[in-house]
Design a protein around this ligand. Structure first.
Ligand SMILES: [Zn+2]
Length: 430
């Protein structure tokens, strides 16, 4: 009984944000400096994404709606606007530069300020402090977000230059997709520098020490919804932690659920929830790691919102994620598989998980007769209508994003903050 009361009090203390404590109640223990920092970014993961994910994961047979890892770790919000010259809506490059350097810049900038001068990133600073550093992502490894932590370029589009820059980044772990940007010559140079270069995902199991450049796809890793048992991001994260943990001075690891954003650009709720599921699983891997290594701080956020996702649309009080659980592949993959088939309807009903109504078949048939792109868009539209999901744009929005944290100094991220302040605070902890 007493034990339970103490537990309850402790829970209340843990749940009380700093902002509601009076000045004389400031905790006596100042936050300790973490030895390791794990920084997670859900690209495009605006607040509606974690809300949708909660109801997507809900067990409809229980009285309560179950909460998620996002609910458990939430501490604050972040503003995402880029430098004035780019208005209020950021792109991933400017946002990642803000999150890695603490400096606002123009959309498209990779680790440079508005005058195109390079700015030291969090990972570069960590390297100087003799910490191990790494990036683990689901897009190509030289895409805007990871690039803004490991390189400097006036444009996110200079993929080849950015890939070459990685050679001198000193990164101990680089994992994701992007084989097409690393030619034989460049890979040979990585090997010369002591990197184990991997292109086969299963080979990751055989690596237990040293530096790794893992490029597991031509560009992006496969959609989670198309490979539900692959768990690539959480497995890469586990391996990155295993490798980086071996360094005595600690490490800083950047992890990105990169293509949550790409599914959002496509306004594709089924594929979005698949990517969210693997990102949530990755957060849980990190959460477990922190439980065993209390000297490690995790901070997670999004670089911006994508798509203006609405959980319940079309003037109706309803959202029906049940339909999303039945879909066997991403709409883009279904379209690719069926576009050249004359008898596509039976296969379609199997892959989508339900029998469309007459008017739905009509729209699908028209799109199927056009081309793959129109067919994919018609499937996405069908799923949005069936689930009553809304979207306002196929680009980014300026809405604030959430901040999640756990571990030493996690209180510093409570409340409203600018994305640049997240970088400044993390930098001050190094
Ligand atoms: Zn985007």
């Amino acid at each position: 009984m007493l034990n339970q009361t103490i537990k309850g009090l402790m829970a209340i203390a843990l749940l009380t944000p700093l902002s509601v404590l009076a000045a004389n109640e400031t905790p006596t223990e100042t936050p300790k400096t973490p030895k390791n920092i794990i920084y997670l970014i859900g690209d495009g993961m605006g607040p509606a994404y974690t809300t949708a994910y909660r109801y997507y994961k809900d067990n409809p047979n229980t009285e309560e709606v179950e909460t998620t890892v996002f609910d458990r770790l939430l501490v604050g919000m972040a503003r995402t606007a880029p430098a004035r010259v780019s208005g209020y809506v950021t792109d991933s490059a400017a946002a990642a530069t803000a999150l890695s350097t603490g400096v606002k810049t123009y959309n498209g900038a990779i680790g440079v300020d508005t005058d195109k001068r390079p700015i030291e990133t969090l990972l570069e600073k960590a390297k100087k402090d003799d910490k191990a550093i790494g990036i683990t992502v689901t897009s190509q490894v030289n895409h805007a977000t990871p690039a803004s932590f490991l390189s400097h370029n006036e444009s996110r589009k200079n993929y080849e230059q950015i890939a070459k820059d990685y050679l001198d980044s000193g990164a101990d772990v680089i994992m994701g997709g992007g084989q097409r940007y690393f030619d034989k010559n460049l890979l040979a140079q990585f090997k010369k520098k002591g990197y184990q270069v991997l292109e086969n995902f299963d080979k990751l199991n055989d690596v237990h020490s040293g530096k790794v450049l893992g490029l597991f796809a031509d560009v992006q890793l496969p959609w989670v919804i198309d490979n539900p048992n692959a768990h690539q991001l959480s497995k890469m994260t586990q391996k990155s932690l295993e490798l980086l943990s071996q360094h005595n001075n600690g490490f800083v690891l950047l992890i990105e659920g990169s293509i949550i954003d790409w599914a959002g650009h496509a306004n594709d709720i089924a594929t979005t929830m698949g990517e969210m599921d693997e990102f949530a699983r990755t957060l849980e891997v990190v959460e477990t790691y922190i439980r065993k290594h209390p000297d490690t701080l995790m901070v997670a956020t999004a670089d911006h919102d994508t798509g203006g996702l609405t959980v319940g649309a079309n003037n109706k009080k309803s959202w029906n994620p049940g339909v999303l659980h039945k879909i066997k592949a991403s709409p883009m993959t279904i379209a690719k598989q069926l576009i050249s088939q004359k008898q596509w309807k039976t296969g379609f009903a199997k892959l989508i998980g339900f029998e469309p109504k007459d008017n739905e078949w009509k729209a699908l048939t028209k799109a199927h007769s056009q081309d793959e792109q129109h067919f994919a868009m018609a499937i996405i539209d069908l799923v949005n209508k069936r689930s009553n999901t809304g979207w306002t744009t196929d680009d980014h929005t300026a809405v604030d994003v959430q901040v999640f944290a756990k571990g030493p100094a996690s209180q510093l991220f409570v409340g409203s903050q600018d994305n640049t302040e997240i970088a400044d605070t993390l930098s001050s902890l190094l």
